[in-house]
Design a protein around this ligand. Structure first.
Ligand code: PEP
Ligand code: MN
Length: 364
């Protein structure tokens, strides 16, 4: 798939900002006027709100479209809103909404995605596709593909994090590797980071915004409200237009690369050393797995189970302590240990199977 840009190529990062929900005409216009002079590229406001639990504010619906028209007329800002079914698409097309976005609870559902794609057939409106609520890369790509097959080319992806259960610093955990993989597979697909839905709280918005820019996102989506604490949805994560202006002004815009000879020489030097270490790491892990396979043979011979929880717990604890002393994050250490353990189990299972096949063959 090859995509056309939604935002002017020369302007990076781009900013999409506005309230979570359009609540009243006054609130929408006050936000838009306050944002107009603050480098915003696209004004957002949800009209139909997909709320997790019933009884919450579910959006003002179609009357909100007229408010967005006023925003465009009075401020010159392009406007976008969420569409979740064919009827939303038809109303937004009729009303001249500039850009549509697909929410996380819609991307996840191929039936809705197909209905939306069919309703968009023949139009060339730009579409932002949020990631699905769960970290399913193929569902995200699949949603984009359905739009692409309907003839749409101005498509961008929005990373808004993934649902989680239990304690987390984030409302939706970012799992940054997934949008990075998406950008690698589709280099001309613009990638926006919705920091508001990732963070779910104001105090970590700025650091998350900087992180997104450092990971080469093309822009940010930020929820902005004139009185955030009084917002009818997502109050904890919304910020005032003033705070939005301060935050974006403080962002460091780093260039993606540099031709400075000193920079290139230093980087080359470090990269050579990293390549050597990576080679050694792979060699050491392969050696470790060879020993694991030999243990597998002994276990097979003595009819002992592969999984030895006591031994693994002790080993993992010792590794965690060593990793912590060396300033590796617990998150990384746990992922690393899990991968090593899983590969060890797989290798021993293979040894047991191979030997079983060998025994079976010799018996025939
Ligand atoms: C929103 O942008 O207000 C929204 C509902 O987002 P998401 O689909 O990412 O939850
Ligand atoms: Mn919201």
């Amino acid at each position: 798939m090859h995509f056309l840009p939604i935002f002017p190529r020369h302007k990076r990062p781009v900013f999409i900002a506005g309230p979570c929900s359009a609540e009243t005409e006054e609130q929408v216009l006050a936000t838009a006027h306050a944002l107009a002079g603050k480098g915003v590229d696209l004004f957002r406001a949800g009209i139909w709100k997909p709320r997790t639990r019933p009884g919450a504010f579910e959006g003002v619906g179609s009357p909100g479209l007229a408010w967005l028209k006023r925003v465009k007329k009075e401020t010159g800002l392009n406007v976008c809103t969420e569409v979740a079914n064919a009827q939303h698409v038809q109303e937004c097309l009729k009303s001249g909404v500039d850009v549509f976005w697909i929410g996380a609870r819609t991307t996840v559902n191929p039936f809705f995605m197909q209905e939306i794609a069919d309703a968009l057939q023949g139009s060339d409106v730009p579409i932002l596709v949020k990631n699905p609520v769960n970290p399913d890369y193929k569902l995200w790509v699949g949603a984009i593909e359905r739009l692409y097959k309907a003839g749409l080319r101005r498509i961008a992806a929005v990373h808004r994090g993934f649902s989680t259960y239990g304690d987390s610093k984030y409302r939706n955990v970012p799992r940054w590797q997934m949008p990075i993989d998406l950008a690698q597979e589709f280099p001309d697909l613009e990638l926006i980071c919705d920091i508001s839905h990732i963070c779910g709280r104001r105090d970590i918005l700025a650091e998350t915004a900087q992180k997104a820019l450092d990971l080469n996102f093309d822009g940010l989506m930020v929820e902005v409200h004139p009185s955030p604490d009084a917002a009818w949805s997502d109050a904890a994560q919304q910020i005032t237009p003033e705070r939005f202006g301060d935050m974006t002004a403080a962002l460091l815009r780093r260039s993606t690369t540099s031709n400075d000879p000193d920079f290139l020489e230093q980087i080359e030097n470090y990269r050579c050393r990293i390549d050597d270490l990576d080679e050694e790491i792979i060699y050491l892990i392969a050696q470790r797995m060879q020993l694991v396979r030999e243990i597998g043979s002994v276990k097979k011979e003595k009819n002992v189970a592969i999984l030895q929880p006591e031994r693994w717990r002790a080993l993992a604890e010792a590794c965690r302590r060593r990793a912590e002393k060396n300033e590796l994050s617990r998150e990384f250490t746990n992922l690393f240990l899990e991968a090593i353990h899983q590969e060890g189990i797989n290798q021993q299972e293979q040894v047991m199977r191979e030997e079983a096949i060998a025994v079976g063959n010799s018996g025939r």
